[in-house]
Ligand binder design. Structure first.
Ligand SMILES: [Zn+2]
Length: 490
């Protein structure tokens, strides 16, 4: 063990500790880390320490848990102003499907994409990540081989992860009449699950527990009922979390209803999909909310299932959608964790938008607090994963923490750091990150990573991918037509 059992004391103007089942604040507090764990949090540690690091005007808090953590280059930018998806390469044309979809990144690019994205997560104070990436540019699902490389990247950078290649049995396609339909290949879905199970066997609980695994069937509408049933059974057999995009879009809700005569959550219930750690992004479209008039006991099923929702307010608000609503799910006792799901992987921005969109959804300002969202980004994620050792700084918990600076004048005034953080903070204020007792970022520097070089390489890789868009865009228009600039080029 790199640290041995050396004790390090970390001090700052504010420390977010944990007592009596909730976070608490220590003014001029101390966190003592021993090996991979927290030994003490409070004001007066009287034992010996090998080293004391004082962060001054800063808050030391539990690292953020990102249940839908972007492990990709930023593809949101391609869909920001460019609609509709079926004319902009986000639904495969039948011609491309028939010709045989192909990988648009090389294995090296897929490995770099994840390593690069992991550094962005660390940069933003995320200490536990459940990666997510787009499948648009893939031949089909993700591969176990690229996830072997992701294991190496996470272990090397020191990021705590739950990894599993995404698999699916179906894909949306659009024909020349612009009708959207489905292509299914059930055998391919089963093979994806088998590969994902082999990946679990190879990597579960390795690298001192830093690397955990999970099952990630892609989206409910891209999985057949049999694949859902087998996936749920596999999650229970391997005792790993299972994540499925569900209740994410109107199109999804309508498609599932059309194909199976039941709502998405009814389909999960009837296929016995639910496992002890079921994680569902994004919880937007349920019976009676966001324009769904179909009558189904969606909220009851969700409550009884014990599944956790993943709330990603930034990416959803970019698409004009809000959860209806965070306080309603909270009051029903549903576990809610947070996800970034897009670039930037800024959990602080997500928490801030979470407050705003919840208040807009409910039409009142008292329905949620800053603490509700700080809880979701820490304790909610831990609960979703059944990990009481994560998401809190208390004796015996994992030493996963972030340090957020309060000395930049942009941060404004404060009565406490949490409200100020959500009002004026950003991921750029995160200066230091520790995971399992190891500094994975120190004073803004991620050891061994040249962020400028990563930034240039990511853009070059992104340009190469965008150049391939005409191939899989309906009617194959040139790139300039698919993705016009905001203003004409002069
Ligand atoms: Zn998502």
């Amino acid at each position: 063990m790199a640290n041995g059992m050396k004790r390090t004391a970390l001090t700052a103007a504010w420390v977010v500790g944990h007592a009596d089942g909730q976070h608490c604040l220590y003014r001029n507090g101390t966190v003592v880390v021993e090996g991979e764990k927290v030994l003490y949090v409070g004001h007066d540690f009287d034992g010996e320490v090998a080293e004391t690091i004082d962060f001054g005007e800063a808050v030391i808090g539990p690292g953020f848990i990102d249940l839908d953590a972007l492990a990709d280059l930023d593809t949101t930018v391609l869909g920001y102003d460019n609609h509709p998806p079926e004319l902009k390469g986000r639904v495969w044309p039948e011609s491309y499907m028939r010709a045989g979809p192909r990988e648009m990144y090389s294995p090296e690019e897929l490995a770099f994409q994840k390593r690069y994205a992991f550094t962005r997560l660390i940069r933003n104070g995320i200490t536990t990540a459940l990666p997510i990436a787009s499948l648009f540019y893939r031949a089909w699902g993700e591969t176990a081989e690229e996830f072997d490389a992701a294991v190496d990247a996470a272990a090397d950078l020191g990021l705590r992860v739950y990894l599993g290649p995404a698999y699916r049995s179906g894909n949306l396609v659009v024909n020349a009449e612009r009708q959207i339909g489905f292509h299914y290949d059930e055998a391919r879905g089963f093979q994806g699950l088998a590969d994902a199970e082999a990946f679990i066997t190879r990597h579960e609980d390795t690298h001192g527990g830093l690397i955990r695994t999970m099952l990630t069937p892609d989206r409910i509408e891209t999985c057949t009922p049999d694949l859902l049933a087998r996936s749920g059974a596999a999650a229970r057999a391997h005792d790993v979390p299972i994540r499925l995009h569900c209740c994410q879009s109107r199109l999804e809700y309508d498609l599932v209803l059309q194909q199976h005569g039941k709502s998405p959550l009814e389909l999960l219930r009837d296929t016995a999909f639910f496992a002890p750690a079921t994680i569902l992004p994004h919880g937007l479209f349920l019976s009676g909310v966001n324009g769904i008039t179909h009558d189904a006991p969606d909220h009851d099923i969700l409550c009884q299932s014990g599944a956790a929702l993943v709330h990603c307010p930034l990416v959803m608000a970019r698409g004009g959608k809000v959860m209806q609503s965070f306080p309603r799910f909270r009051d029903l006792g549903v576990t809610i964790g947070m996800g970034t799901d897009t670039h930037p992987a800024d959990m602080i921005q997500n928490m801030a938008l979470g407050v705003m969109t919840a208040r807009i959804a409910e039409g009142n300002a008292t329905c949620v607090s800053a603490a509700d969202f700080y809880n979701a980004a820490t304790l909610g994620g831990a609960e979703a994963l059944n990990r009481p050792d994560l998401g809190r700084l208390v004796a015996g918990a994992a030493a996963d923490l972030n340090v957020i600076r309060l000395e930049n004048p942009d941060i404004g005034q404060r009565i406490d750091p949490i409200q100020t953080l959500l009002l004026n903070g950003s991921g750029r204020d995160v200066s230091d990150v520790m995971i399992a007792g190891r500094f994975v970022m120190r004073d803004g520097i991620i050891p061994g990573v040249d962020e400028g070089e990563y930034h240039r390489r990511a853009q070059a890789q992104f340009d190469g991918m965008v150049a391939q868009y005409p191939d899989r865009t309906l009617f194959h228009p040139p790139v300039e037509e698919i993705f016009p600039t905001s203003y004409p080029l002069g």
